[in-house]
Ligand binder design. Structure first.
Ligand code: ADP
Length: 278
């Protein structure tokens, strides 16, 4: 088991209220699984994501990574865990003034000593440079290796973020809304690319997604969250329109501001329409 969560809860205490972002959350993930996390706004997806990449700790319950309880890890073990997890964010978090090649090399930062980092900034070692060029080649960006990140288009920046994470060579990739800022055809291309890369290298992929169609098309397992709990955990082939309507409608218990009837209807329609055509 790469992840094992038992009865995990996460509570935020603010000056105004105590928010139960996750409430008794349980699931296991095997190495090599591809899991999409779905759910309405405020369901707890980001909180779960941050628990999985160990930037947050559960308030209660146990979270194990590869058989070790994360809460009991030493600083060294935590750093080692984080090296084994690569994260792709919606905002990419590239360094705008660095070239595509330099941004790709940044994927190795977690492995480098301070001195090695300084040396690599001046003159990367040939082996690392070759690896970075290979990663750029894989995502179709080798001809852009000298371009600054801020000279690349949105789709190219997302390709670069994927190249960087593969340069890190993690066992697990966590992706937070990785395609949401891309237009539909680019979304399709990059989702296919990421899935091929992940599947070929037998890595685990867990992604939060807003887009139900992408989730059902590319992820065999869907875990849906609502009000901090598992609403369902099923194979994508068993997720139907009724299940999705139940997930995205009836925000009675939602901790976020309610959406208007019309807006909510449009929202459900846009999420479900592609499913109905399959
Ligand atoms: P999602 O990603 O599904 O939109 P989140 O995990 O961001 O859900 O949020 C779950 C709940 O926790 C929401 O009610 C949100 O307002 C609350 N929340 C998230 N982060 C914080 C925080 N840092 N402080 C207080 N409340 C938070």
């Amino acid at each position: 088991m790469i992840y094992s969560l038992q009865d995990v809860s996460k509570t935020y205490s603010t000056s105004r209220a105590v928010v139960h972002a996750l409430d008794g959350f349980t699931f296991d993930a095997e190495p090599g699984e591809r899991i999409a996390l779905l759910g309405p706004s405020g369901a707890g997806k980001t909180t779960l994501f941050r628990l999985l990449n160990a930037t947050l700790r559960p308030t209660s319950g146990t979270l194990q990574f590869d058989g070790t309880e994360v809460g009991a890890m030493s600083g060294r073990q935590l750093r080692s865990m984080r090296r084994r997890i690569g994260t792709i964010y919606q905002q990419y978090y590239l360094v705008p003034s660095l070239t595509a090649l330099e941004n790709t090399l940044c994927g190795r930062l977690g492995y480098w000593s301070f001195l090695h980092t300084v040396r690599s900034a001046v003159q990367p070692m040939k082996e690392e440079r070759d690896q970075a060029m290979e990663a750029l080649e894989t995502v179709g960006l080798s001809d852009k290796h000298c371009c600054r990140a801020d000279e690349l288009s949105g789709g190219q920046q997302q390709r670069l973020a994927i190249a960087r994470v593969f340069m890190q060579d993690p066992e697990v990739i966590l992706a937070d809304e990785p395609f949401s800022s891309l237009d539909p055809s680019l979304k399709e291309t990059l989702a296919s690319l990421l899935i091929v890369l992940v599947t070929n290298s037998r890595r685990t992929l867990v992604a939060t997604l807003h887009d139900v169609e992408t989730a059902l098309r590319f992820f065999p397992r869907i875990i849906a969250l609502r009000d901090g709990r598992v609403a369902f955990d099923k194979p994508a082939s068993e997720v139907d329109r009724t299940t999705l309507e139940a997930l995205y409608s009836d925000h009675g218990e939602s901790k976020t501001a309610p959406v208007s009837q019309t807006q909510e209807a449009d929202d459900i329609e846009s999420r479900c329409a592609p499913v109905c055509t399959q």
